[in-house]
Design a protein around this ligand. Structure first.
Ligand SMILES: [Zn+2]
Length: 294
């Protein structure tokens, strides 16, 4: 007996997070394990199933969000580079383990659902998720946009600096090389020889010229990509999420200034930091589970 709950799971390249989540979005019991990606795709699937099985008793449904290409209708994880997955029938496997309804989706779209349901609750926005990579959820009239191939919002590979640094995707000058947490930490390391987590740069901007340079380039890269996005979609708001959004106004304020320098003839959309920036994945997975539970 107690509050009804679902299980939400956020599968990332470094950590798998899972939690029991109430209908109001309260996280009742959260667990996290390192993603055993180095041990191969089967090890990741096994670890995920064990984690879900431990939280499932008493739950109404299970929702899972993950990076890569997700076939929502078939319930299959088609392709995820960071996890080594190819055609993993997650919905069937987890359903067999738990006897529950299971839903899966891409992590950025799940984050868009969470922001709509538990964050600022807007109907029309771009949610930019700045973590290990950079991705985006496009929410229009309350629904996340999928695109023809399910690839809408992959803004991390928008070229922002032509002829720039080479990206693992094969192109040069991609946004996430400059504006992801991984990219910022890597570029700061190359410039200074010092290792510093990206989120810590924001506090050093006044005293560390290298930090100010790398941060400034990240903001400019983001502003260029979001200028194009704004001209294309005219969103009511741009919402910042993911680990880097923890920098708060140190990120938001220069971004608003840079957008103003590029969007000369039209207003800059409202820019906000998501109030649930650090748990968008888990709450997005929970939203999917509540929908699956009916
Ligand atoms: Zn790229």
């Amino acid at each position: 007996v107690g509050e009804p709950f679902v299980v939400g799971v956020d599968v990332g390249g470094t950590t798998i997070k899972a939690a029991r989540v109430s209908a109001a979005g309260s996280i009742l019991d959260q667990r996290a394990i390192p993603t055993p990606a180095a041990e191969g795709p089967d090890a990741v699937v096994h670890a995920l199933r064990s984690l879900i099985t431990s939280l499932a008793p008493g739950a109404l449904a299970v929702g899972v969000v993950m990076p890569g290409v997700v076939d929502v209708a078939a319930g299959v994880a088609r392709y995820a580079t960071n996890l080594g997955w190819q055609d993993v029938p997650l919905v069937r496997l987890i359903g067999d383990d738990t006897g529950l309804s299971v839903a899966i989706d891409h992590d950025a779209r799940g984050a868009g659902l969470a922001e709509r349901g538990y964050g600022l609750r807007l109907d029309d926005f771009l949610l930019v998720i700045m973590g290990t990579g950079v991705s985006c959820a496009i929410v229009r009239e309350g629904r996340p946009v999928c695109g023809a191939l399910g690839l809408a919002g992959e803004i991390g590979h928008a070229p922002v600096f032509p002829g720039g640094e080479p990206c693992a995707c094969g192109q040069r000058g991609c946004l996430e090389l400059y504006a992801s947490a991984a990219g910022i930490a890597r570029r700061y390391g190359v410039l200074t020889g010092r290792a510093l987590p990206a989120a810590d740069l924001g506090a050093r901007l006044a005293t560390d010229t290298a930090a100010a340079q790398i941060w400034g380039e990240a903001v400019e890269a983001l502003a260029l990509a979001l200028t194009t996005s704004t001209l294309l979609l005219d969103p009511a708001a741009i919402v910042l999420g993911g680990g880097l959004a923890g920098a708060g106004d140190m990120l938001r304020d220069p971004l608003v200034t840079a957008l103003g320098e590029h969007l000369l003839w039209r207003p800059v959309p409202r820019v906000e930091v998501s109030p649930i920036a650090d748990r968008l994945g888990l709450l997005g997975a929970a939203q999917l589970a509540w929908a699956a539970a009916g």
